[in-house]
Design a protein around this ligand. Sequence first.
Ligand code: ZN
Length: 259
Amino acid sequence: MRALVLSDIHANLDALDAVLSAAPPHDTVWNLGDSVGYGAQPNEVIERVRGLGKVFVRGNHDRACCGLTSLESFNAIAARAAEWTRRQLTREHTRWLRVLPQGPVIATDGVACMHGSAADEDEYLLSIRDAIEDVAIAPLHASQTRLNFFGHTHVQGGFAANDEEWFRLTPAFGKFPVGDSHSYEEYELQLRSGARYLLNPGSVGQPRDQDWRAACALYDGGSSTVTFLRVPYDVRAAQARILAAGLPDRLATRLRTGR
Ligand code: ZN
């Protein structure tokens, strides 16, 4: 079984479509949340992702953009984008967002999907310390899964543990100028039996790991591998849509630098 793992698409249809057409063959799609917020095409992105796969968890922007939570915890730019998104979303898409499940969700035997962490859907797993604490306090069913996919930080990679020893995993990728259409790259991680993993496919629509290319991952249960992908897309088109929509400039400029 091969699953394409997507997270933090953030209403960036240009990035999503590039990922879908570049991705190796897969049987299903697992979506780790934040399909909307920040970007200019929330309805188009929901339309696209609804038809892909069956595993979804909700993200903090999904909740805010459908009115499930207030915008209090958002910074000014994120709040403006969420307010704009609320006005744009069709009723049907708002309803779809409102019933997205809270993670962790078991995607297949031994594999869980979540937005933030297993213990807290809004937590940022940025350091090894965060990862250790999450495994220590996570709900039992989630902490027993050997492979945990999370999003929320927009940083591709994650953490692995052999017994009590933890490692940070960062895919080794090159640096490419924005717009380089030949910059597709893959990095394969062989999962070891006995080890446990917290892995982030990265953000499709707003990477924050200093790489402008759309990020995602492919899980292959047969070969026990996770392949991290970086996919070039038309950043200028996504930026132009953000500016034309009247969304904050910063949401367009940050796509160039991936931060
Ligand atoms: Zn996000």
